[in-house]
Design a protein around this ligand. Structure first.
Ligand code: AMP
Length: 288
C-alpha cells in the first residue's frame, strides 16, 4: 500500500491505472477509521482492480471550529488498518494541498433540489456545499468507476447520488456509480462513528439509548393507531428522557425526497443527538 500526499502524484498514479485499464474504487473518509469505514473499503477492494481511500478532514464542511479542531486524527493507525484490509493507495493531503486559499475561503453553492435544506443541511448551514466541494474534487482527481459511501450519513449519500445523476455536475464524472453501504454497528447497536472516540465508557453506555430507541420505534410504527407524527414525537421524548442525551432533531422523511412524509412506506427516520458535547447521528428505515 502506498500513501500519497500530493495531487500531482495522485494524478500520475491514476493515469497509470487508467492506461492499464484498471477499474478504480474510491472510498472518501475523514480518517479515525473503524469497522464502518472498513466495510466500505473491503467492498471497494472486492469490486475493483485498485482501491483508493482518501483520508482528509475537510475544513470546508465544518461550520463549527471546535468540532473541526477536536475531530480525531490518527493517520498511522488508519494506514495500518487500510493495509490489512487490502487498500492499494491512501490519499492523505494537507488542506493547503487540497485547496487554494481562495477555495478554502469561498462558499461554494450547489443546487441540490432542496435535499440540502432539511435536517443536517438546516442545522449545519454550508455543510453539504463543503462535502460536495471535496467529493467532487476527489472524483475529478481519482476518476473512480465506483465510489462507496455509508448509509450512516444517509442525507449525504442522497445528495451525492443527486450530484452524480441529476445536478449540473451530472455527466462530469463519466459512468461513475455511487454505492451505498449499510450502517455498521457495535454488537450493542451503537452506530460506529469516529466521534465515538470522544465518548467516555459511561457516555457510550448512555449513547446506546439512541439506537435502542430507533429499533424500538419499528415496533411502535406497527401498533394500532400509530402515525408518523406520533412515532416521531415518541422517539424524541424517549431519547430526551435519558439523562445525558439531547435530541437536536428526529425526522421521519421519504427516503428519496427527504421531505416529511405521513406514511411509513419508504420512510427513514434520521436523528441527531448530543451526548454531552459530542454530536451523534443515526437513522432507521421503516419499510423497505
Ligand atoms: P467519515 O470519515 O465519517 O466522513 O465517513 C466516511 C464514510 O464512511 C462515509 O461514507 C460514511 O457514511 C461511512 N461510514 C461512517 N460510519 C459508518 C458506519 N458505522 N457504517 C457504515 N458506513 C459508515
Amino acid at each position: 500500500m502506498q500513501i500519497i500526499t500530493t495531487k500531482q502524484e495522485l494524478q500520475s498514479i491514476v493515469k497509470a491505472c487508467k492506461t492499464q485499464q484498471k477499474t478504480i474504487g474510491l472510498v472518501p473518509t475523514m480518517g479515525a477509521l473503524h469497522e464502518g469505514h472498513a466495510s466500505l473499503v473491503r467492498r471497494a477492494v472486492a469490486e475493483n482492480n485498485v482501491c483508493f481511500v482518501s483520508v482528509f478532514v475537510n475544513p470546508t464542511q465544518f461550520n463549527n471550529k471546535e468540532d473541526l479542531a477536536k475531530y480525531p486524527r490518527n493517520i498511522v493507525r488508519d494506514a495500518e488498518l487500510l493495509e490489512t484490509i487490502g487498500a492499494d493507495f491512501v490519499f492523505a493531503p494537507t488542506p493547503e494541498e487540497m485547496y487554494s486559499e481562495e477555495e478554502m475561503n469561498t462558499t461554494f453553492e450547489f443546487d441540490f433540489a432542496g435535499l440540502d435544506q432539511v435536517m443536517e443541511g438546516k442545522m449545519r448551514p454550508g455543510h453539504f456545499n463543503g462535502v460536495v466541494q471535496v467529493v467532487s474534487r476527489l472524483f475529478y482527481l481519482v476518476q473512480p468507476d465506483k465510489a462507496y459511501f455509508g448509509e450512516k450519513d444517509f442525507q449525504q449519500l442522497a445528495i451525492i447520488h443527486h450530484m452524480v445523476e441529476r445536478s449540473s455536475l451530472a455527466g462530469t464524472f463519466g459512468d461513475l456509480k455511487i454505492i451505498g453501504c449499510p450502517i455498521v454497528r457495535e454488537a450493542s447497536g451503537l452506530a460506529l462513528s469516529s466521534r465515538n472516540e470522544r465518548l467516555s465508557e459511561a457516555e457510550k453506555q448512555t449513547a446506546l439509548g439512541i439506537s435502542k430507541t430507533l429499533f424500538e420505534s419499528l415496533k411502535w410504527a406497527k401498533e394500532d393507531g400509530a402515525t408518523v407524527a406520533k412515532v416521531q414525537q415518541r422517539v424524541i421524548d424517549t431519547i430526551n428522557a435519558i439523562e445525558g442525551l439531547e435530541v437536536e432533531y428526529y425526522e421521519i422523511v421519504d427516503q428519496t425526497t427527504l421531505l416529511p412524509t405521513d406514511t411509513f412506506d419508504h420512510a427513514i427516520g434520521c436523528v441527531t443527538v448530543y451526548c454531552g458535547p459530542v454530536r451523534l447521528i443515526d437513522n432507521i428505515k421503516y419499510n423497505g
